[in-house]
Design a protein around this ligand. Structure first.
Ligand code: C5P
Length: 399
């Protein structure tokens, strides 16, 4: 579950900091990207050189990098993270977190982070047992943080009691289990529109577009892998689902897609509008093939197609999550945010035509996700299967 996840590893000044090196290695081995944030006291126990070599990123400790004056943005790091893990967490850091004393980069990042936070306390037994510490840990728990309880055993002081940090393997397992349980889609009905629509001109001709359906089918497959009940309402495509459980309702025109999507949406928990629906359709369809021999080339009058995403947005109930896509060429963020509002979407996935490797027909995509609460997150260029996974992670986080 940790593959590709962004994890902030917060290290504070306790003896157990030496175990953070093993924890960092385990995270990296599991495929996570790790940004270490260490308190000044933490650096007395473990060197940033070791940590940056193992994480492949400079370790952050100060608000400013002394030699360059570069500002380390706690807000950016906080938003980048999928999880923050503070191990070891000393009594002092726990107290600062509980009270919001943002006098170092670690606590400041904690206050900015939107992601789930895991805290692995480690200290001497009497400090741990003190009512102040216990009250602070209870406070952190009551704010929704996940406390990975310390263990009883021999401590650095040679006293025996509760206060040993949980082993790195246990911490890794706790974070992994959290992602697994929060990302499952068991019991959810996921409906996806995919592919282009064909708008008939006559029995042999149509107006269509280059959409391959790959992105929509990748989302459907990934939702099925996560245990959801999945149906794709699909325009004409050559791809098919790779997961056996995915049902496909085949349609051709935007009107047919609208009808099927309305029916499917009635019972959906999550609907992702990944189809490239034609904006216009011929006002009339010739019943027989239009002949070339006519005096003048025919004029095809177009009429507007229904907006499926907007129609579903109008009937959306609480508990239903509606997600759309935007393909923009200019003022991308503003246009995408505006589209999300107009169509009453909970999230919009923006892919820019300016980025090579993104959009129609390709096997990769480069996206930015905007959510209705005003947040946005830009992702790297990735295979569509991984983009699908990122999209579903975000959807799960919204629900
Ligand atoms: O308005 P625009 O076409 O840019 O919006 C794109 C989003 O709206 C996509 O999620 C697309 O699937 C959806 N859409 C739709 N019906 C239309 C047009 C767009 O569902 N007629």
């Amino acid at each position: 579950m940790l593959k590709g996840k962004h994890i902030i590893l917060g290290i504070t000044g306790g003896i157990a900091a030496y175990k953070s090196v093993s924890l960092l290695r385990l995270f990296v081995k599991a495929g996570a990207e790790v940004q270490v944030v260490i308190t000044p006291a933490g650096k007395e126990f473990i060197t940033p050189v070791t940590l940056s070599a193992l994480s492949g990123r400079p370790v952050i400790s100060e608000f400013f990098t002394a030699n360059t004056g570069q500002w380390n943005s706690h807000v950016d790091i906080g938003l980048w993270a999928d999880a923050m893990v503070i191990a070891p967490a000393t009594a002092s850091t726990i107290a600062k977190m509980a009270c919001g004393v943002a006098d170092n980069m670690l606590v400041t990042t904690y206050l900015s982070a939107k992601a789930p936070v895991f805290v692995a306390p480690a200290m001497d037994l009497d400090m741990m047992a003190h009512p102040t510490t216990q009250r602070n840990i209870d406070l952190l728990r009551s704010y929704g943080n996940h406390i990975i309880d310390s263990r009883a055993g021999e401590l650095a002081s040679h006293l025996v009691g509760k206060g040993r940090m949980a082993e790195p393997e246990e911490i890794l397992a706790a974070v992994d289990a959290f992602f697994e349980s929060s990302l499952t889609m068991k019991g959810l009905k996921v409906r996806v529109t995919a592919g282009p629509t064909y708008e008939k001109i006559d029995p042999v001709r149509f107006i269509g577009n280059y959409s391959s359906g790959k992105m929509g089918y990748a989302i459907a497959d990934e939702a099925a892998r996560r245990g959801a009940d999945v149906t794709v309402v699909s325009g004409p495509v050559s791809v098919s689902p790779s997961e056996p459980g995915v049902k496909v309702v085949r349609v051709e025109s935007a009107r047919e897609m609208m009808e099927a999507a309305r029916r499917e949406f009635a019972e959906a928990d999550v609907a992702v509008m990944a189809a490239a629906v034609a904006d216009y359709a011929p006002a009339e369809q010739a019943q027989s093939k239009i002949k070339r021999e006519g005096a003048e080339p025919p004029v095809i009058r177009l009429v507007k197609n229904p907006d499926i995403a907007a129609a579903l947005g109008e009937v959306k109930r609480s508990g239903q999550t509606l997600v759309g896509f935007a393909l923009e060429t200019d003022h991308e963020m503003e246009n995408a945010a505006d589209k999300m509002r107009r169509k009453n979407l909970d999230m919009i996935v923006l892919n820019s035509l300016r980025d090579s490797g993104a959009g129609f027909g390709t096997d990769t995509n480069l996206v930015t996700m905007l959510t209705a609460d005003g947040r946005s997150k830009r992702y790297d260029l990735k295979p569509k299967r991984e983009v699908a996974s990122d999209i579903l992670d975000q959807i799960c986080a919204l629900r």
